[in-house]
Design a protein around this ligand. Structure first.
Ligand code: HPA
Length: 274
């Protein structure tokens, strides 16, 4: 699948709606090791990605592929447990296809989460970082190709990619619940290699505070679709070259596990107010 059109989006959404389940208002994309939120859903309907028309199938370990509909604190949500990455070989418009389907289902705001390497040396593994903005370092864009005005404008504004209103809400919620929430700019790269130490120095020079291999194409499509976006990174490791140790996916998953309770506390409180 390379080109995405409205018909494909409608077909996927109609299939999901035909299964029953809630009419979602908030969309959630759960990053590596952060799938635990799915256990807190009520009235859950689970649909494997492989059943949904035009959905690709996620291949990476630690990313189960299912779309979940249900309620969190009474709020109807649609949740992606497992996402699609460009390093799996998918084009950016494919990785972001589910966001367009969420919009078609009636979603108004999107919470994107990810595991990321800490570039800011004041960060520590286990920190949660509110994404204030991003650097799209993938060299790709999901909106390349003919623009369908039914989906959004040709030249979308990205000056508030991560909603000011939702950032304020997240910071206040974190404060009220005693959750430490740092803030910073997320650099999205293609992967699948982790970065070299020189690349991390470059990214720091460019203003990035954290680095990962997801999120940017989803957020671009969300903004194109007029969705309000909230982004939270779990700093799972210090980026390459900061500590004298190699990076591993195991470390990323282990840290996500450790920060789980704080993460859940924050998102459970934020979602009803989104
Ligand atoms: N780099 C890129 N992606 C990541 C990292 C990292 O250090 N940690 C988790 N995802």
């Amino acid at each position: 699948m390379s080109h995405v059109n409205l018909g494909m989006i409608e077909e996927a959404a109609a299939f999901i709606q035909s299964k029953g389940g809630v009419k979602p208002e908030v969309g959630l994309i759960l990053g590596s090791g952060l799938g635990v939120l799915a256990d807190l859903l009520v009235d859950t309907l689970s649909i494997p990605y492989s059943d949904i028309p035009h959905f690709p199938v996620s291949t990476v370990e630690g990313h189960e592929g299912e779309l979940l509909l249900g309620k969190i604190q009474g709020r109807p949500v649609v949740m992606m447990k497992g996402r699609f990455h460009m390093y799996e070989g998918y084009g950016p418009e494919v990785t972001a296809f589910p966001v367009r389907v969420m919009k078609q289902l009636g979603v108004k705001s999107l919470l994107v989460t990810n595991a990321a390497g800490g570039i800011d040396t004041s960060f520590e593994p286990g920190d949660l970082m509110l994404i204030t903005d991003h650097l799209n370092m993938t060299g790709r864009n999901p909106l390349i190709g003919p623009n369908d005005p039914a989906l959004g404008v040709r030249f979308p504004d990205m000056s508030e990619a991560y909603s000011r209103r939702l950032r304020k809400l997240a910071l206040e919620t974190a404060e009220n619940h005693g959750v430490m929430l740092k803030q910073g700019i997320y650099a999205g790269l293609l992967g699948p290699t982790y970065e070299t130490p020189a690349e991390i120095v470059m990214l720091r020079t460019l203003g990035a505070h954290a680095v990962g291999m997801s999120t940017v194409s989803e957020v671009i499509v969300a903004r194109h679709a007029g969705l309000e976006v909230l982004g939270i990174s779990c700093i799972s490791n210090m980026a390459a070259g900061i500590l004298d140790q190699p990076l591993s996916h195991e470390e990323v998953m282990e840290t996500a596990e450790k920060v789980r309770d704080q993460f859940l506390k924050l998102v459970m409180a934020v979602i009803p107010a989104m």
